[in-house]
Structures are given as C-alpha cells and as structure tokens.
Unconditional design. Structure first.
Length: 166
C-alpha cells in the first residue's frame, strides 16, 4: 500500500480525534513533590501536543511547499496564527504548596491564590472542570486536560475548608 500525503493527513487527523476522545476517559495521576501535590497535564494530552501537533504542522507545510499550486499568503499566516493561539491556551501545571495554590504556564504569567484568600470552588461539566476563585481576582482552573480531577477537588476542599459548589 502506497501512503501519499493525503492518506497520511487523513490518518493523522483520525489519530488526533481518537486521542482527544481518549483523553476524556483517562484520569492521570497526581505527582507528589516535597512542596505538595502537582496536577499536570494528562500524559495522553501532553503526547498529543508534543508529537502529533508538530507532525500535523509538518504535513501541512509539506503540502504547501510540494503541491502543484501554492496557497495564498493569508492561508499559512492564518494557520500559524491558529497554532500560536492553541499553544497560548495550553493549561498550566497546578501545584498545591503548603500556603497557596499556584498555576504555571509556558507562555503566560503564573497565578497564585493563598488558601486564606479562596472565595469559592466551582465544579463545572459534571466534575471535569474546577475553578478556584480568589479574593485577589485570580481564577485558577483545573480543566479536563489535567490529571486527577476528583483528587484535586478533595484536596482543595480539605486545604481551604470550603465546599465545592456545582
């Protein structure tokens, strides 16, 4: 069987869709550090972003440079703007330190809320997403792409003394 670029693109898109749906069914696990538990991105989601996204970019760039007709200039510009936008939306790693909850991002500034400053804990999407709201107007969100949603909710409730609101 000969694999042409169109077939490879279709296979890559199918794999991405499978991984996205499989990411909803995995839970991941909490990493214990000396400072406290760390809730990172699920391995399936990280694998998708580290391996499949560059492969898709390569396939699109390969198609643009080696096809018979070149696309208008706005198509690659729009494509790369979309890639940058997706990279900026990556969820940050959440750590529960002895005094605060912190969230570190790759491309955005970090956030922190002291446990005494937590105003509310909101649970959304049937427990897949949790938002912690601070009185300093900071919002830290544990998304469905993070590991161990239930453990995160339990640990935040224990450390803050506040009950999650659904």
């Amino acid at each position: 069987m000969h694999l042409d670029p169109r077939t490879l693109r279709n296979i890559a898109c199918g794999v991405v869709l499978l991984v996205v749906f499989a990411g909803r069914f995995t839970t991941g696990s909490v990493t214990q550090t000396p400072d406290g538990p760390v809730f990172g991105i699920k391995p399936v989601i990280a694998w998708t972003r580290i391996v499949i996204l560059p492969a898709l970019i390569f396939l699109v760039v390969d198609f643009w440079f080696f096809s018979k007709q070149s696309p208008p200039i706005w198509v690659p510009v729009l494509f790369f703007a979309a890639v940058v936008f997706v990279a900026m939306q990556m969820p940050g790693t959440i750590a529960l330190t002895p005094t605060a909850i912190t969230q570190r991002f790759w491309f955005k500034p970090s956030k922190a809320i002291q446990y005494t400053e937590v105003m509310a804990i909101q649970v959304i999407q049937n427990g897949r997403m949790t938002s912690v709201l601070g009185d300093n107007r900071v919002k830290i969100t544990h998304t469905s792409n993070h590991c161990a949603a239930v453990e995160f909710q339990q640990e935040i409730a224990r450390r803050t003394g506040k009950r999650p609101v659904t």
